[in-house]
Write a protein that binds this ligand. Sequence first.
Ligand code: F6P
Length: 308
Amino acid sequence: MNAAIRAVVRVGIARGFEVLGVQHGYAGLIGGEFRALGPRDVGGIIQLGGTVLGTTRCEEFKTEAGRTRALDHLQAQRIAGLIVIGGNGSQTGAWELRRRGAPVIGIASTIDNDLYGSDVTIGCMTAIDVALEAIDRLKVTASSLDRAFLVEVMGRKSGHLALVAGIAGGCEVIVIPEIETDPETIARQLREAYERGKRHALAIVAEGARYDADALTQFFGEHGERLGFDLRVTRLGHVQRGGAPGAFDRMLGTQLGAAAVAAAADGRFGVIVGLCNGKVEETPLQDVAGRMKPADAGLFELAQMLAM
Ligand code: F6P
């Protein structure tokens, strides 16, 4: 997100805009927390995870009163274009503002990669890299001790992170919300990995799956003896967020930030900028708000073949 903020500020100034940063997301919009940003204010941030502006999960913004206060601040500050960097919740909020006439543009950003309007969203690749580092390390211990491991990754209701990290990390079993499975099947798949001569067996589980780390810990706790092996469980959780962004995310943030300014300069509001088929494209916010992009079922089939 910082790469996007930096690009918005610098490209915005280059194109003749005055740029203000809204601190703490929608809570700051409701509270009028605006801060003038110049080129030097966004120096040295492109390599940082998170957002230097801060953010919040804001319940008040979901109310009519909260949205009205936000709109009042936008008018009082005479904001010509509001750029919202975020995922599903943020972009649904952006559409709610747009519906009420505000000049809003979204930038597709979430580690979950569950947003329509972008094949890949800011933060997702870096989060996958963090998961990969953990998987690679777990594999070393798994192979040394002939042990089964389970790692749970984030993703909210989407299996995208688990799917891509599972394929790139060479996991034997991938459990995602989009595809039904059950603990007996997972145990069988892990056992079969040993039977095929593997020295490790790794399952990656999306936090949104019905059988998540908690459910599987309980199952293996109760049935470990009968199954003949136990499972060590690692939940990555928030460790997956906040890592230093990789080259891809720095470039994506920069390109989408610049594209959002271009849309504002041309008066194209009510859109989200994202990467579609390798190109920066605009998609109507209305088509994005409240919808969830599912993980790629084709990738799941590929993962099963690769796990042999
Ligand atoms: O949407 C990004 C995300 O990291 C999800 O993967 C995760 O479920 C959620 O946010 C965690 O949110 P919080 O930090 O508010 O607990």
